[in-house]
Design a protein around this ligand. Structure first.
Ligand code: NOJ
Length: 554
């Protein structure tokens, strides 16, 4: 069992070293630059940095094509810089988790190079081969429209190899015990260098059976226990945060009934339904997703997010629901991707509407789980749709109005900083927002601070309250004799929400507003009447055990 559950009330911030801050002026972000920005992240309230892949890589999938698991890509620095970085985080009380991409390697990895050229090599069986083209080679692609198949012919080996993702990412044969041992070794290596765990890439595929005989891949869930046990033998409180976009009825397979498998998973189900609710104001699917993903062991935790570095995957919505989200947030075909997703950042999706942005983040911060931010979202950064596929949302961090947004001194960085227009660095940047007390950044900082002070959300049991109005969503948490109530209005109209509450033991009937002085007192009929602005939200703490906020009326 984990000896500390720090991840339950963490604030996770995801960034890629290459686009965060460039210290040496070569146009590419690096560890030295990132270290200069740790005070900023600490000030924002970040407790855990999630680093996207920074190991040597040909860079054909944003680093998710690793060619050496035991090193730092020289573009970003050295292993020495990495150790300095984890030390600097440690000094500031921040933890680091890193991506663990072991479903596949790059085709430039020495293991694959040897495997393809030497049939007698021990690495041959580290990959998944077929003598002839498998009949299902065209099925199961992850990137429809871009990726043509899951098996490709290798001229060198004169055989076909399996790749769940792009053809330059040959799948590792994860059933091979030697591959499994190597995977543990990789974890052990980075743990020694000071990380607190891993965001594990593509978990359902890592544990799936692979090969020509496999018609329907079967997940070997026991592997998850092995990963977890190893990790905790090495470092008692290290975690794995799983990228597993799976159906709610398999969630417990990943967590383990007793929490003996992976402690954290991203809640993709909630993510997609949140966007549906943001697009339509209909809160029912959001409520259903919450209830469907509610069962989990006490030590397990969801990672709750809005946008990440990939497309916003809407694949689990119904076609009508998906069409509604597309219509609202990605009306142009160029904004959509793989027939199922949206390749935009959140701020432009919400047309830069501060009210809706606040609503979305207030919701994210109050959903059951640990919030996971994406760099730049705290200042409302935009996207660059001229960049291909998912690259649109991976532009450099915008720090100031200096040239290249203060990201680099290089006049032409390989990844252009967004310039001009509503989201260019001239208008959207950290420096300007820090000086403005009403900026989105300062709002976010206050919200994060408050979120950290509301452990009820991380630890408590929740209940979705019944509301007579479908566009108002009310969630109550109970933990250690405290209750918190979060109310969100997804409608574009103001409304009054009425709660029938009881009185607490001391007769104090107030709802304490956690975000302003505007507390609520019950009326003579024992009910609270809260006026919510269009897209308005409230966080309240309720005292006493006998508050009966079981029912809201609007
Ligand atoms: C999931 C990652 O989030 C994505 O960016 C990547 O392309 C695939 N896994 C393949 O590694």
């Amino acid at each position: 069992m984990l000896n500390d559950l720090w991840y339950k009330n963490a604030i996770i911030y995801c960034l890629s070293v290459g686009t965060f801050m460039d210290a040496n002026g070569d146009g590419v972000g690096d560890f030295q630059g990132l270290m200069r920005r740790l005070a900023y992240l600490q000030g924002l309230g970040v407790t855990t940095i999630w680093l996207m892949p920074f190991q040597p890589s040909p860079g054909r999938d944003n680093g998710y094509d690793v060619s050496d698991y035991y090193n730092v890509d020289p573009k970003y620095g050295t292993l020495g810089d990495f150790a300095e970085f984890t030390h600097a985080c440690d000094e500031r009380g921040m933890r680091v988790i890193i991506d663990l991409v072991v479903n596949h390697t790059s085709d430039q990895h020495p293991w694959f190079k040897e495997a393809r050229s030497d049939p007698a090599s021990k690495y041959r069986d580290w990959y998944v081969w077929s003598d002839s083209q498998p009949s299902n080679a065209k099925s199961g692609v992850v990137f429809p429209g871009v990726q043509k198949s899951t098996w490709s012919f290798d001229k060198r080996a004169k055989r076909w190899y399996f790749h769940r993702f792009y053809d330059f990412q040959p799948d590792l044969n994860t059933s091979n015990p030697y591959v499994q041992a190597e995977l543990l070794k990789i974890m052990g290596f980075w743990i020694q260098l000071g990380v607190s765990g891993f965001r594990m890439d593509a978990v359902p595929f890592v544990i799936a059976t692979k090969g020509t005989k496999v018609r329907r891949p079967v997940e070997q869930y026991d592997m998850l226990r092995t990963f977890r046990e190893f990790l905790q033998w090495r470092e008692g409180d290290a975690i794995i945060l799983a990228e597993a976009n799976v159906m709610p009825d398999t969630d417990l397979e990943y967590f383990g009934d007793e929490g003996e498998r992976l402690p954290m998973m991203f809640n993709f189900q909630l993510n997609q339904n949140t966007f549906y609710t943001l697009a339509t104001g209909d809160t029912n699917p959001l409520k259903k997703a919450l209830i469907a993903t509610k069962p989990r062991p006490p030590t397990a935790q969801w990672g709750v997010f809005l946008r990440n570095h990939d497309e916003l995957d809407l694949g689990r919505l119904t076609p009508d629901q998906r069409a509604a989200v597309f219509a609202e947030f990605a009306p142009e075909p160029d904004m959509q991707l793989y027939g199922r997703g949206i390749r935009r950042r959140l701020a432009p999706m919400l047309a830069g509407d501060r009210r809706r942005l606040e609503l979305a983040y207030s919701l994210m911060l109050t959903l059951p789980g640990t919030p996971v931010f994406r760099y730049g979202d705290e200042i409302g950064m935009g996207d660059d749709l001229r960049r291909h596929e998912r690259e649109s949302t991976r532009t450099p961090m915008q720090w100031s109005t200096e040239q290249q947004g203060g990201f680099t001194k290089h006049p032409k960085p390989p990844v252009r900083v967004i310039s001009g227009g509503a989201y260019g660095f001239e208008r959207v940047n950290v420096a300007s927002q820090r000086r403005d007390p009403n900026s989105f950044l300062n709002w976010m900082e206050r919200m994060i601070r408050m979120r950290r002070e509301v452990p009820e959300i991380s630890w408590g049991d929740f209940e979705v309250l019944r509301t007579s109005r479908n566009d108002v969503f009310a969630l109550r948490y109970d933990w250690r004799n405290n209750s918190v109530l979060c109310v969100h209005n997804f409608g574009d109209e103001a409304c009054t929400v009425r709660f029938r509450s009881g009185y607490n033991e001391t007769g104090d009937d107030r709802l304490i507003n956690l975000l302003s002085d505007d507390h609520s007192h019950a009326g003579d009929d024992g009910r609270h009447a809260v006026v919510l602005e269009p897209y308005g939200y409230r966080w309240y703490r309720v005292g006493g055990l006998d508050y009966l906020l079981r029912r809201t009326e609007v």
